[in-house]
Write a protein that binds this ligand. Structure first.
Ligand code: Q46
Ligand code: ZN
Ligand code: ZN
Length: 315
């Protein structure tokens, strides 16, 4: 197989584009996909301060890497979730990446800053750990961006993630989520920072290839809580279809963005957001989901702790 640009031996095949590239031209292809995403969806401009949500995995580090190479003001935000055997290594890899590139990095530690870890969510919430974790991450990304004056939050969601989420939303006909699904979530309300996904045009294996070619040292292991997640099942199903029909994943997601979204948003009713009476963040209820989650987890944790032994009576 040869590079379609220079006829040198190819390093990466991109079947859905009927293409193959040498390392140099693959990076060029990758860059073009990111530039196109940023431009077409009007994600941000060179003046904007971007907060990149960095887990230490390939997608978020590749995103941070490409934005820094393009010269954007991209600061990383890593949240240590307190997951044994995973979180500390993720933080180390993120810190090493930032150090090597002289990039600015903000760290939030869920346990030190909020008094809980994702492990506590398993005992203290009726949500699945991933649902509580996802909710907390979104809340913290928004809060940090708001408090520190960032214009936009960027996440490393790729084509596989977005297609799998879309499939899940379609299977369960989650019309509320379908309306909001897309590579840009505009600010729209006070206290809500714009969210963007600049890697939505790139498949997971293309991002892995980019990370390897760029020498990015990322956490290889998935979070242990991801095992058995529905999203992985949807990804597997889509990969099977993709094997037999290259481009199916892209057609599903990009087709949804071009056609499906219009149909759904024609009937859109925007939810009315108000300020959470405890923390001031936007919510559809009186108290936001994050504050309710924290309250429940803390109460249950307190209850599950053994009663303190009464001190001996003073003589
Ligand atoms: S970190 Fe958190 Fe993920 Fe781990 S607990 Fe689930 S949501 S799987 S991206
Ligand atoms: Zn080439
Ligand atoms: Zn709140």
């Amino acid at each position: 197989m040869r590079c379609i640009k220079c006829r040198q031996p190819a390093a990466v095949e991109v079947r859905r584009h009927h293409s193959a590239f040498c390392p140099e031209h693959f990076i060029e292809f990758f860059d073009n996909q990111v530039r196109r995403a940023v431009h077409d969806e009007k994600m941000f401009s060179p003046e904007d301060r971007i907060l990149v949500a960095v887990s230490g995995g390939k997608d978020s580090l590749a995103l941070w890497d490409v934005l820094l190479r393009f010269g954007y003001q991209a600061t990383g935000l890593h949240i240590n979730l307190g997951i044994p055997g995973y979180s500390d290594l993720s933080q180390e890899k993120t810190e090493a990446f930032a150090r090597d590139r002289g990039a600015e990095l903000i760290i939030v530690d869920l346990e030190a800053d909020y008094g809980v870890t994702v492990e506590d969510f398993k005992r203290g919430s009726e949500r699945t750990p991933c649902s509580a974790c996802g909710l907390s991450k979104r809340y913290i990304f928004n809060k940090v961006a708001l408090e520190q004056g960032f214009d936009v939050v960027a996440t490393g969601h790729n084509l596989d993630d977005e297609a799998a989420t879309l499939l899940g939303n379609l299977i369960h006909w989650q019309d509320g989520y379908l309306i909001r699904q897309g590579p840009v979530l505009p600010a729209g309300y006070p206290n809500l920072v714009k969210k963007v996904k600049p890697l939505y045009r790139l498949a997971e294996r293309e991002i892995a290839a980019y990370a390897v070619l760029r020498g990015i040292d990322y956490v290889l292991d998935e979070c242990p809580n991801a095992v058995g997640a529905r999203s992985l099942l949807y990804k597997e199903a889509l990969n099977l279809i993709e094997q037999h029909s290259p481009g199916a994943k892209q057609n599903l997601y990009l087709g949804f963005l071009q056609k499906g979204r219009k149909l759904i948003s024609a009937a859109e009713e925007r939810p009315q957001l108000v300020e959470c009476e405890r923390c001031g963040m936007p919510t559809t209820a009186q108290v936001c989901s994050f504050c309710r989650l924290m309250e429940r987890v803390r109460i249950r944790l307190r209850r599950s702790k053994p009663e303190p032994v009464a001190p001996p009576a003073a003589r």
